[in-house]
Ligand binder design. Structure first.
Ligand SMILES: *Cc1c(COP(=O)(O)O)cnc(C)c1O
Length: 360
């Protein structure tokens, strides 16, 4: 076997989580867009989502969207990162919809779409507090007026993003504000928006508590479906699988060593000055896994008695002193993943992907 680290993907669990999320949202009149950027749109996983009832897809990268088209995913696809001005021709060709906040870009999309006889759909992003993308509320009316005059684009909705830069939680207030803004547009300009897109996984809590403001009719869900977690609200989502993904890596050394290095301490391979606490002699395993494979802070040992001590490009050192099982060279240690772990492992060519599917 080349490489060594294996990302195990339980497709049944992805399908199950998708189905659950879709059903919970459907009950409140909310469509779920399945977000594929957390796993570089690996097609087997996308298929598992579609089998769970996901009817629309979204990704932040055009490369992933083009790949989905090549694989014959004919679902509506939204580009979830504001298009680059230099890339609009590509965007209108492969994506049906994009999220936007810059009128210059929207005009360029309109021109590019017109040139090929298409109408590109635009969701106008409004910043209701998280301070990532989006126009400010006071600019909504003016911007909408400009967009609806353009040929080549159709304004299909307002959207907002939460819990990304500022960590702001979606709430009855900030999502209510989005709905109100859409109402204002309708009243003042006589233009009705089809979609009011109220964020991602972090909004599922409001769905579960039955307090999503009326009018919100779309969510763009990645993390919840993939990992069954909601990092922004720091919770596991009840009734979803948290273990659809597992990372396994092979042990290449087991030794008992002091917990404090011997010698003058310089910088580590990544330029940091490491700090050590003296815990005496500890039993440690070295894994054939490193920062080149995965963002080490994004994984956690499934055996809770193990502790990751550190990692360099190609090695990860785990304290196994209190391990539940005897760990030997050649054994594998399994890890769960959080979002950045999944993101990096999916994209690493050194990490083998292994798909599990029981139901056919
Ligand atoms: C990544 C992303 C999402 C999905 O977020 P999750 O927390 O993974 O559900 C939704 N909307 C936008 C704009 C995104 O960039």
């Amino acid at each position: 076997m080349q490489g060594g680290a294996v990302l195990e993907i339980d497709l049944d669990k992805i399908t199950f989580n998708s189905d659950q999320v879709v059903k919970r949202c459907q009950k409140k009149g909310i469509d779920v867009v399945g977000v594929t950027k957390g796993f570089t749109a690996i097609h087997q996983i996308v298929t598992a989502m579609v089998e769970g009832g996901i009817q629309e897809l979204a990704d932040a990268r055009m490369e992933n969207i083009v790949e989905l088209r090549k694989r014959n995913f004919n679902q509506p696809i939204t580009l979830l990162r504001i298009p680059r001005l230099s890339n609009v021709d590509y965007v209108v060709r492969y994506a049906d919809t994009s999220i936007n906040s810059e009128i210059t870009v929207i005009k360029a999309l309109a021109d590019a779409a017109s040139k090929i006889g298409k109408v590109h759909q635009v969701i106008l992003m409004v910043d209701v507090g998280d301070l990532r993308e989006g126009i400010l509320q006071e600019h909504v009316l003016g911007t909408v007026e400009q967009i609806i005059c353009l040929q080549g684009v159709k304004l299909v909705g307002l959207g907002t993003n939460m819990g990304c830069f500022g960590g702001v939680l979606p709430s009855v207030d900030n999502l209510g504000l989005l709905v109100e803004l859409a109402d204002t547009v309708e009243r003042q300009l006589g233009y009705k928006m089809d979609i009011i897109s109220g964020g991602g996984t972090s909004t599922l809590l409001l769905v579960e508590n039955n307090i999503v403001p009326d009018g919100i009719n779309q969510l763009r869900i990645g993390e919840g479906i993939l990992l069954g977690t909601d990092t922004t609200n720091n919770r596991k989502i009840p009734g979803l699988h948290q273990d659809a993904f597992r990372l396994r890596a092979e042990v290449i050394e087991v030794k008992s060593k002091p917990s404090v290095p011997v010698g003058e301490i310089g910088r580590d391979a990544f330029g940091n000055i490491p700090q050590f606490e003296d815990a005496g002699i500890r039993k440690r395993a070295i894994l054939a896994l490193g920062k080149q494979d995965v963002y080490i802070e994004g994984i956690f040992p499934l055996d809770e008695t193990l502790m990751i001590l550190g990692a360099s490009s190609d090695h990860t050192i785990v304290d196994i002193t209190n391990a539940n099982q005897d760990i030997k060279v050649g054994d594998e240690i399994s890890f769960g993943l959080i979002y950045p772990g999944l993101l990096s492992a999916s994209d690493s060519r050194y990490v083998k992907k292994l798909f599990k599917r029981r139901k056919q």
